[in-house]
Design a binder for this molecule. Structure first.
Ligand SMILES: Cc1cc2nc3c(=O)[nH]c(=O)nc-3n(C[C@H](O)[C@H](O)[C@H](O)COP(=O)(O)OP(=O)(O)OC[C@H]3O[C@@H](n4cnc5c(N)ncnc54)[C@H](O)[C@@H]3O)c2cc1C
Length: 555
């Protein structure tokens, strides 16, 4: 070849970010897992981290998103099918996550009467989810919903007895068959209708008793859902208006006689991100469903499912931010500009370190919340769970898009093209803030807790006060929160401010107690006091940015 035309010798490009152990290379994650009670799972998580960060796994993630699911409404002769076809890579991701038990592991005790939850089960599972979502985000939707459905199913023991044995397996069974013939089952959720997702009390779908009605009885459901994700799940927990009010039902894809239930998928959503996951619009045309709990108690029945998915949103966003950051640092360590690697450029160090602080804080806060799910019988943990679920979901999920954007920019044009990870992460990250309670809804939920269960705030504030120790900035911030609370007239307008204030002080307190001083000092100085910044990469001139980046680096 004429050397004059060898213009495409590849120089100064970073190697692919792959074959990274997503557990062993993530110090903040490993420390959080050990600290919050998941230490027994470390060996298992280390091998799962290797599998999720392998080149094969990232390739699966790419393929599953570049080949999105397709709805097949009819067969070639016009008969209704109502099935969704996925790329094999999506199914492989599901197989991996289900084999790891991410769809059910905290509930294994429910298989035997009187069984006790395993210590640290939620923390261990969440660490798995944090890594699986880095491999591929969309498939985590049914994984999350299945895990979160269990407490709602347990409200109706005879229904739980039928379904739990299929949920608590480690077999992913993608076949479209009655659940009795399957090796494993997944569960979805249908609450949102066209006229409102937040205001589910406005749901128009109706449920009429097929016989006498009542808990566990069969109903006929007619109506629609505007978003019902993972439509190839084996059953869905849905809300519909029964004669006694809004109620929760289990609506399976197949009826007990083996015929297909009357779910008619209208179309799949054309989404910004989350492309590997199918999100359907569906009509229930006199479909059959079974009542969970009492008529009129639909929201209390499904609320545990909602709470579980909110935890997963926070964990998932933290995981995706971690990947965005690790990918950016990796690139900057290999890319040279003006004879110096990007990671050695002072201004880039400010940016990467600043990002790393938010990622570590988000991880620490999400896993702290997760511990409260493992200890729900403890009053302190229950208060944390109730108060800090909306706070954590609000703040961690809101950080996500900004982190993804800045991490993308660290890679320059390489970040903006679809072949890399950065663009997909950027499109994915807004979702966790929107579904399962958008930002304002989380702020309103926090205010509801303050009004109805004020004792939870006292418990959490006491905890934070103790954790703040003698740190003057944390103490001042806590006083600021108390001042906000003493102006109840303005609270509704200040819901977001209060959520953010609680999240940052809680994160700061965890970092102060457990992270290296160079991380805690930098986080507290820039997030809890000092001048306001609207963009990353400011205010850390005095900080040990090299140490912060080295800690966050994956290799
Ligand atoms: C990809 C995707 C998949 C989804 N999958 C599912 C699924 O499987 N099952 C399911 O049931 N739903 C699903 N959803 C729906 C999702 O949960 C809803 O979109 C969400 O709950 C918001 O409801 P909405 O879209 O009707 O918005 P609205 O309820 O109209 O809210 C719009 C905005 O107003 C804000 N808001 C609401 N009330 C107030 C208030 N009182 N004060 C101030 N602001 C307020 C909200 O925070 C939001 O920002 C999915 C959504 C997406 C994007």
């Amino acid at each position: 070849m004429n050397s004059a035309f060898t213009t495409h010798e590849v120089l100064n490009q970073s190697p692919p970010f792959e074959n990274v152990n997503l557990f062993a290379s993530d110090r903040a994650l490993m420390e959080a897992v050990n600290r919050e009670g998941g230490g027994a799972a470390v060996e298992r998580l280390t091998s799962f981290g290797e599998a999720c960060g392998s080149a094969d796994a990232f390739e699966r993630g790419r393929l599953a998103n570049e080949n999105p699911p397709r709805l097949k409404t009819f067969d070639s002769k016009g008969r209704r099918l109502d099935v969704v076809e996925f790329h094999p890579a999506y199914h492989e991701c599901m197989e991996m996550s289900v084999a790891e038990g991410l769809h059910c592991s905290p509930w294994e005790h429910a298989a035997s009467p009187g069984g006790k939850p395993m210590a640290g089960a939620n923390v261990a599972r969440s660490a798995g989810c944090y890594m699986a979502i880095q491999m591929e985000a969309g498939h985590q939707c049914p994984v999350t919903m299945t895990n979160a459905s269990v407490p709602a199913l347990l409200l109706q023991p005879e229904i739980a007895a039928d379904w739990l044995p299929k949920i608590l397996t480690r077999h992913y069974d993608k076949s479209f068959q009655p659940v009795g013939t399957k090796r494993g089952a997944t569960i979805g959720m249908g609450m949102t209708e066209k006229q409102g997702g937040t205001d589910v009390r406005a749901n128009a779908t109706t449920a009429t008793p097929a016989g006498a009605g009542g808990p566990g009885a069969e109903y006929i459901v007619t109506g629609h859902k505007w978003f019902m994700s993972a439509p190839m799940c084996d059953a869905f927990l849905i809300l519909a208006q029964a004669p006694g009010g809004l109620s929760c039902f289990l609506l399976p894809r197949f009826l007990p006689d083996g015929s297909v239930n009357a779910l008619r998928f209208q179309r799949l959503k054309d989404k910004l991100g989350n492309r590997s996951n199918a999100s359907s619009e569906v009509e229930f045309q006199a479909a059959h469903a079974w009542l969970i709990g009492e008529e009129g108690r639909g929201v209390p029945a499904i609320i545990e499912m909602v709470t579980g998915t909110r935890l997963d949103c926070a964990i998932g966003s933290a995981g995706l931010m971690r990947l965005a950051l690790a990918n950016a640092i990796h690139h900057c360590r290999h890319r040279t500009v003006f004879q110096r690697t990007l990671v050695d450029q002072p201004l880039m160090q400010q940016v990467l370190a600043d990002l790393a602080l938010d990622v570590e804080a988000a991880t620490a806060l999400a896993f702290r919340l997760c511990r409260s799910f493992d200890r729900a019988s403890d009053a302190h943990a229950a208060a944390w769970r109730r108060l800090m679920t909306p706070v954590t979901k609000y703040w961690v999920c809101k950080l996500g898009p900004a982190v993804a954007y800045e991490a993308m920019e660290c890679m320059g044009g390489n970040g903006y093209v679809e072949e890399g990870l950065a663009a997909r992460l950027y499109r994915e990250l807004p979702l966790n803030a929107i579904w399962e309670g958008s930002g304002n809804v989380m702020a309103l939920d926090l205010l509801r807790v303050l009004q109805r269960e004020p004792e939870t705030l006292e418990i959490v504030m006491e905890d934070l006060d103790a954790a703040a120790g003698s740190d003057p900035q944390l103490k001042t911030h806590l006083e600021r929160i108390q001042t906000m609370l003493h102006e109840p007239r303005l609270l509704e307008q200040r819901g977001r401010g209060l959520a953010e204030a609680l999240a940052t002080v809680a994160s700061g307190a965890i970092l102060r107690a457990h992270a290296p001083a160079y991380v805690a000092d930098a986080f507290i100085a820039t997030r809890l006091s000092g001048g306001a910044h609207q963009t990353y990469g400011q205010g850390l001139e005095w900080a040990d940015t090299r140490a912060i980046i080295a800690r966050a680096s994956a290799g």
